[in-house]
Design a protein around this ligand. Structure first.
Ligand code: PLP
Ligand code: COI
Length: 340
């Protein structure tokens, strides 16, 4: 049974669902982990997460397929990235197989909140790990909590597939050799002022540049870029300080191996963006959100695909990826896992 919610009008906002998974790291090992209905956390005021932002998270979705099954998309890659994030932040790694299993338990327990096929909504799953024991000197904590909860969501950008307008940001997101390549909470705290300022000035998102030279495109606050050249090549920016998006890696595979397109993953100069035919933001939350206009300090870069709809290549990629996720198209081996 699916809950009666106004699925087609959901925004990207938190709705509490009944069950979440909790495991605790104490005395050097992870507890067995269990489902609980308690959505609250009690920790010391001096907990590592509160003092020094020792926390990382993940984001993935569960989908209702055309034939009514519930599936997740490549959760093993989220498990792997969470392990990389934890290691970089001196946090204990949560075993990858247990991560996938726990995600499945949470989705199964909250199955009535998996939105119906075709509603435009999905179930967003948020694994999060944080330092729960006190630290006052700057050092890693000794105890940690891993939680996985979920919430039904609609499109990340209001208007869904409508092209958005972004600006080149004067703020930087992640330093070279810093933490841009992991999903650390601190990267997002850093971006809050920039996004509030962007919204206040009428922009939907920020395009961050490489902080060292400010001449290469990095990513936005919550998605990687994907460009299409006028001759139909898919180009995605390469940098050590952007998050290795699972959506972007999947789209590049789809473009190359399924659609037979040319794909380039390479540094992308801001100066070449005006020559692209299409631009999109890709990520779990964003799926592919088309970008119609980029403002670089008063100078407008208008993508030829325009402000009314997605460009044709972006659309093809979008249809193929969501087709795989919703079971309309065959999935490459191991990409889709059914929740029983
Ligand atoms: N870049 C950033 C900064 C993100 O927060 C996200 C979201 O997870 C992405 C890119 C997209 O990554 P993925 O496709 O794995 O969701
Ligand atoms: C995601 O796409 O899963 C993200 O984490 C992006 C955003 C909600 C921060």
């Amino acid at each position: 049974m699916t809950k009666e919610l106004d699925w087609s009008n959901l925004g990207f906002a938190y709705i509490k669902t009944p069950f979440r998974y909790v495991a605790k790291f104490r005395g050097g090992k992870w507890s067995d982990g269990e489902l609980t209905t308690d959505d609250t956390v009690t920790i010391s005021e001096c907990a590592g997460v509160l003092q020094y932002a020792q926390t990382c998270f993940e984001g993935l979705k569960a989908y209702r397929t055309e034939d009514g099954r519930i599936v997740t998309f490549r959760p093993d890659l989220n498990a792997e990235r969470m392990a990389q994030s934890a290691a970089r932040l001196e946090m204990p790694v949560f075993p990858e197989d247990r991560f996938v299993c726990a995600v499945e338990r949470v989705v199964a327990a909250n199955r009535q909140f998996v939105p119906p096929y075709g509603s435009g909504a999905t179930l967003y799953i948020r694994p999060v790990m944080f330092a729960s024991s006190p630290v006052i000197g700057v050092k890693p904590a000794e105890e940690y909590e891993m939680r996985i909860f979920c919430t039904p969501v609609g499109p990340y950008f209001k208007g869904g597939a409508k092209p958005i307008t972004i600006r080149v940001s004067d703020f930087d997101r992640a330093a070279p050799r810093g933490t841009g390549h992991i999903k650390a909470g601190l990267n997002y705290a850093m971006s809050l002022h920039a996004i509030v300022d962007a919204h206040a000035n009428g922009y939907d998102e920020n395009m961050y540049l490489d902080p060292a030279t400010r001449s290469f495109v990095e990513e936005t606050g919550g998605a990687n870029f994907l460009f299409v050249t006028k001759d139909g090549t898919v180009v995605t920016p390469k940098s050590d300080s952007i998050l290795p998006s699972i959506t972007r890696r999947s789209l590049c595979y789809v473009a190359e191996k399924i659609l037979g397109m040319k794909v380039e993953h390479r540094p992308v100069r801001l100066s070449e963006v005006k020559d692209f035919a299409e631009c999109g933001l890709c990520g779990t939350a964003a799926v592919i959100s088309p970008v119609g206009k980029i403002i670089d300090h008063g100078e407008e870069i208008c993508l030829p695909s325009g402000m009314d709809e997605m460009g044709p290549v972006t659309k093809k990629l979008y249809d193929t990826l969501t087709g795989i996720q919703m079971g309309r198209l065959p999935a490459p081996e191991g990409w889709v896992r059914e929740i029983k």
